[in-house]
Design a protein around this ligand. Structure first.
Ligand SMILES: Nc1ncnc2c1ncn2[C@@H]1O[C@H](COP(=O)(O)OP(=O)(O)O)[C@@H](O)[C@H]1O
Ligand SMILES: N[C@@H](CCC(=O)OP(=O)(O)O)C(=O)O
Length: 361
């Protein structure tokens, strides 16, 4: 038995006129049901909420403004879930909707909660259907693409593998429409990606093209999870582990999901400038960051937010989840923990960034 996270993109689920493509989703559901029949546990990360909301709202193309995207997602997500629920019910299976925001994998308490939710759903034999919580997520906190969300979910649920289903059958050396692009069967590490061009845009309804799939594959493989990329039409073969698509081999070992996110987070909320001793302590000594080693604070952030840890020369050396608000830190910088506890109270004795909430880059 293995646990597999399957991510399917908007382009594989919706028609050009902004409705659900029932003919395409049926075979996907069949493949997932077959996998369940073999004893596998499956988690489905499904895009398509925004794309599926376009038709019902009378919108021709994907809207540019966030509010309309959120409205489309609100309408489309309902339709998507209804269709999945009905399709799986034909096989006697139930689905459970899980809508996530970035906080759910970065904040420790949320992460634990999300982990427990997935564990219980799987224990109960339910098929979790996951998407970003598009209707409430604002532009700063959006995952922005479901490929990376799927990689983080794969880690969160301790998946044995991640399958990315798109509208293209594999990764190619260049855009698949170009005549000299060659299909790639296996990616063993970064070296195999040096010559690969993924800069050309993808489908009209998808968001990230191949760039975000490569990034997702990096996140998952760095956490020890192998990734298979192929098209949704080959879902059956992909789930049966037949040799289709592109296989990305694991390159690293597991680490906590919030650290994975931090390492690959695109948006930090500010930065802390560290003196040379603090840089050494963090990069070589595996220490926590104390106020004594901080010499400057930039940005507007709250306790729990991701921040860059920057050396005096301006190089970002690490990222961490900060334990204090930006407004609290200026009074603390350069002071010893004991001094801070005596002057400001025992709660100020804490590390500014705990070692467990920090990744060296
Ligand atoms: N090197 C490449 N290999 C394969 N596909 C590529 C490459 N570069 C760009 N693409 C494009 O990426 C698209 C898939 O991304 P996207 O449209 O976002 O799909 P999804 O909706 O499944 O997330 C493909 O249809 C293809 O046009
Ligand atoms: N959460 C969004 C999808 C975002 C996304 O990554 O889309 P895609 O590139 O098609 O996988 C939605 O459901 O419309």
């Amino acid at each position: 038995m293995s646990r597999v996270v399957v991510k399917v993109g908007s382009s594989s689920l919706t028609t050009d006129d902004g409705h659900l493509d029932h003919a395409a989703i049926g075979p996907l559901v069949d493949a997932l049901v077959e996998a369940r029949g073999r004893g596998d546990e499956v988690v489905l990360v499904s895009s398509g909420a925004i794309a599926a909301g376009l038709g019902p709202l009378g919108l021709g193309a994907r809207p540019r403004d966030l509010a309309t995207q959120q409205a489309a997602a609100s309408v489309g997500q309902g339709a998507l879930l209804e269709f999945y629920a009905r399709s799986f019910a034909e096989y006697g299976l139930r689905v459970g909707q899980v809508l996530l925001t970035i906080d759910d994998v970065t904040r420790r308490s949320h992460y634990r909660n999300a982990h427990q939710t997935f564990a219980k759903l799987l224990e109960l034999g339910i098929v979790p259907v996951v998407n970003e919580n598009d209707t409430v997520a604002t532009s700063e906190i959006r995952f922005g693409d479901n490929d990376r969300l799927a990689a983080l979910v794969a880690h969160l649920v301790h998946a044995d593998r991640l399958v990315l289903l798109s509208d293209v059958d594999a990764l190619y050396t260049g855009h698949p429409s170009l005549p000299d692009s060659v299909r790639i069967e296996r990616v063993g590490g970064e070296d195999d990606l040096v010559e690969v061009d993924v800069t050309r845009v993808g489908s009209a309804v998808g968001t990230g093209g191949m760039v975000t799939k490569i990034e997702a594959a990096r996140i998952a493989t760095a956490a020890g999870v192998p990734v298979l990329l192929t098209n949704a039409a080959q879902a059956h073969e992909a789930l049966a582990d037949e040799p289709v698509g592109t296989r990305f081999e694991p390159t690293g070992k597991r680490r906590p999901a919030r650290l994975l996110w931090l390492a690959h987070a695109s948006e930090t909320k500010g930065s802390l400038v560290l003196d040379d001793g603090a840089v050494r302590a963090i990069t070589q000594g595996k220490a926590s960051l104390l106020a004594a080693g901080v010499s400057g604070v930039e940005g507007t952030f709250s306790a729990g937010d991701p921040v860059d840890l920057v050396g005096l020369g301006g190089t970002v050396v690490a990222r961490g989840l900060v334990n204090f608000d930006a407004t609290e830190l200026p009074a603390m910088v350069g002071r010893s923990s004991r001094d801070l506890a005596a002057a400001l109270g025992p709660e100020y004795e804490r590390e500014v960034v705990h070692r467990d909430d920090l990744v060296v880059l």
